[in-house]
Design a protein around this ligand. Structure first.
Ligand code: G3P
Length: 217
């Protein structure tokens, strides 16, 4: 399972990259705004900076909602850097645009996916990734991880190549459950990745090993 980091914060991306387990980055307009990145030129430069920081795929989201606008924006984004994946919302014009991009060998990430039917459409259009938002489903008393299981099952039935990218991850158990469900990728906040390190028995065991080593000196 690939690990992406779900942020536009360069320091956090660098920290995750330094761990040696990072495979890519996802961003969205909210995450860009959170970092205070304003104006098209700065946004563009920020995507390039992120691509220079990691070696994997970097999702950059279009803000157009009509077919022509999505195509124009997506082509510009794709030209910025070979690592850019054009992130397109799950709407009719978005699906049409994903089909266009897939026919032109441009990688896509179909975002804002909340149902198996939407995921099926994304796969049929040839999306590289589909992003079901599991935390936001959990927020509505709906089991987000069950959706991952359902999509993985459907994609395996038909050997769809679209990768299931579990998004809106909130905590380490989401990561574990997505791995059990067979997600291809999880995109996580840095805290959720770092939380995977934690176990008190590791800390206790290491303290004892070090204490015993000292005694033997
Ligand atoms: O990449 C977008 C997705 O991960 C959103 O997460 O926490 O805003 O629901 P969240």
């Amino acid at each position: 399972m690939k690990f992406f980091i779900d942020t536009a914060n360069l320091k956090q991306i660098q920290e995750a990259q330094s761990l040696g387990v990072l495979d890519g980055v996802t961003t969205n307009p909210s995450l860009m705004a959170k970092e205070g990145i304003k104006g098209q030129a700065n946004i563009t430069q920020h995507y390039i900076d992120i691509c220079k920081t990691v070696s994997g795929d970097v999702s950059a989201e279009v803000i157009s909602t009509d077919y022509e606008g999505i195509i124009e924006e997506g082509l510009k984004l794709a030209k910025l850097h070979p690592q850019i994946v054009v992130k397109v919302p799950m709407i009719k014009d978005g699906i049409k645009a994903i089909k266009y991009f897939s026919e032109h060998n441009i990688k896509t990430n179909c975002t804002l996916v909340f149902s198996a039917g939407q995921a099926l459409l994304a796969a049929k259009a040839g999306a590289t990734y589909v992003s079901p938002f599991i935390g936001r489903l959990d927020d509505t008393s709906t089991d987000g991880v069950s959706l991952i299981e359902q999509i993985v099952h459907i994609y395996r039935n038909y050997n769809y190549k679209t990768q299931v990218l579990a998004a809106s991850i909130r905590h380490p158990m989401h990561i574990i459950m997505c791995a059990e469900a067979g997600a291809d990728v999880v995109t996580c906040p840095l805290d959720a990745i770092l939380a995977l390190f934690n176990h008190p028995l590791t800390d206790i065991g290491l303290a004892k090993f070090l204490a015993d080593y000292k005694k033997s000196q």
